[in-house]
Design a protein around this ligand. Structure first.
Ligand code: DHB
Length: 485
């Protein structure tokens, strides 16, 4: 048991800095590179930044009791360090080939996320929230020939950082009962996991080993932008959704041909999985089945997404836009299109198999593994395809995938679940399986939690088109009435 003294935030050790955000000037107190565990194995990564707004555009801000936005920077399950402010540029490890993401406009898809990350980073301060940016260990951490950031290290560090905030609740002006976890893509999956597994005892030994504070690690709300989650079912769900669709790669990109037999086998496994879940959909659609997915997804999410976007544009923009997309019928109030046309426009961008690749070339393979193994298979399907029918996932990897999967936690109910969820995705997502987002939403519904869930029209992975609304939502769920900018 650690004495925790080291973990006390030194409230005098801050810098006063001015940050610019969307044309506004924010003066804030910045606590930089604060260690959040007693026994760090990666001191540069296991530390966080805290930003406390002092004034916005010359008007003083009282940050006592405001929400704390806890914004993880995890991308591709890699480590992040606030000491070097690593940029979220897509890097690859020895075992990965770069994933091709089509560039479809500013702020859209993965490249846009990178470009936007800096501009949006300080939005919470503008909205009078405390902002916390944690560093974390990740799959790329290697020292003395040993890997030390494989699963579940990233989630252990995020939980330890939350515990650190609670440990210092009297020294930080924000309200630690109103911690809003935010993340996108792999970081969105981690945000969902924080939201699904508060105080879950299964993480305790790992938290003890890094010397995390003996505090709660549940969060009040989880913001999940294109969360990549339920990794053991991503391949199946991806092939079920995109298996028969055309390949849409940026110019110059090539994918190996999709093996129809493998794709269909995975797709069938997804149907089995979905049917076994017996989850209820929203709005009277009944149990979520392979048969009602398209109608549900179209009527409740995709059509409204298109309509919101079309309504928000001027007539000329809409005219030009629709000229290129004759499959969309728009009468000025309602949009209508065939789901098959929408699917063709989506296409697939990931190779077969997309996640647990046979040659360890995707981001997820290198999340798994051990100190000595840089990558591992994490699905029975892939390991058996590569190593024969009697091959099995190691006990270590089985434990890793449990600890990293919010669905396991939601299903087993061993953790405290955040009562507020914001789920966003691009309606032109083709890098991850969308049905899994509906499974997340339905699991939450089953627990009586109504997620705020929608799709940004014509945008890809990690797209959001309504961050101001998200901030309003944070004010609403935390009972803050102060409105600004
Ligand atoms: C991320 C993207 C991926 O395509 C993936 O498989 C895992 C993670 C990411 O950007 O975080």
């Amino acid at each position: 048991m650690t004495d925790m003294i080291k973990m006390r935030l030194d409230t005098d050790r801050y810098l006063i800095k001015t940050e610019n955000c969307q044309g506004h000037e924010i003066v804030c107190r910045e606590y930089l590179a604060v260690p959040y565990v007693e026994n760090p194995t990666a001191p540069d990564h296991q530390c966080l930044n805290i930003y406390v707004p002092v004034a916005v555009d010359g008007i003083d801000v009282n940050a006592e009791g405001v929400p704390i936005v806890f914004q993880n920077k995890i991308s591709g399950y890699r480590s992040y360090s606030v000491t070097t402010e690593q940029r979220r540029t897509p890097r690859k490890t020895r075992f990965e080939t770069p994933v091709a993401f089509p560039r479809i406009g500013p702020g859209e898809g993965i490249p846009g996320r990178m470009a936007n990350a800096g501009a949006l980073q300080f939005t919470p301060l503008l909205e009078r929230c405390v902002l916390v940016i944690p560093g974390n260990r990740g799959k790329d951490n290697l020292m003395g020939g040993k890997w030390f950031g494989k699963a579940p290290a990233p989630i252990i560090d995020l939980k330890a950082a939350i515990r650190f905030l609670r440990f210092n609740k009297d020294r930080i002006p924000g309200d630690t009962e109103h911690i809003i976890s935010v993340g996108s893509s792999a970081g969105g999956g981690m945000s969902a996991l924080l939201g699904a597994s508060g105080n879950d005892p299964e993480y305790e030994p790992y938290l003890d080993s890094v010397g995390a504070a003996k505090e709660r690690d549940d969060v009040f709300a989880a913001v999940c932008i294109s969360p990549i989650q339920d990794l053991e079912h991503q391949d199946m769900a991806y092939e079920w959704q995109y298996g028969r669709l055309p390949v849409h790669l940026p110019e110059g990109g090539v994918l190996p041909p999709v093996d129809r037999e493998i794709s269909s086998s995975l797709s069938e496994l997804f149907e089995e999985y979905l049917n076994g879940l017996g989850l209820e959909l929203r709005g009277g659609y009944g149990i979520f089945t392979p048969e009602n997915y398209k109608e549900y997804h179209y009527r409740e999410f995709i059509k409204p997404s298109a309509e919101r976007w079309l309504r928000s544009q001027d007539k000329e923009t809409v005219r030009v836009y629709l000229e290129d997309r004759p499959w969309i019928h728009w009468d000025g109030a309602e949009a209508d299109f065939d789901f098959a046309d929408y699917e063709r426009y989506l296409g697939r961008i990931k190779r077969l198999v997309p996640f647990d690749t046979f040659e360890f070339s995707n981001a997820e393979n290198t999340l798994f593994g051990s100190e000595d193994e840089p990558a591992a298979h994490f699905t029975e399907f892939s390991i058996r395809h590569c190593m024969g029918d009697s091959a099995d996932i190691s006990e270590l990897v089985k434990a890793q995938r449990r600890l990293i999967n919010p669905f396991t936690k939601l299903r087993e109910g061993t953790g405290r679940v955040a009562q507020h969820w914001w789920i966003r995705n691009g309606a032109k997502e083709c890098g991850a399986a969308v049905p899994l987002l509906h499974i997340l939403d339905s699991q939450l519904q089953q627990k009586g939690i109504e997620a705020n869930f929608r799709f940004a029209w014509d945008k890809g992975h990690c797209a959001e088109d309504d961050r101001p609304e998200m901030m309003q939502w944070i004010r609403k769920i935390t009972g803050q009435v102060n409105s600004c900018s």
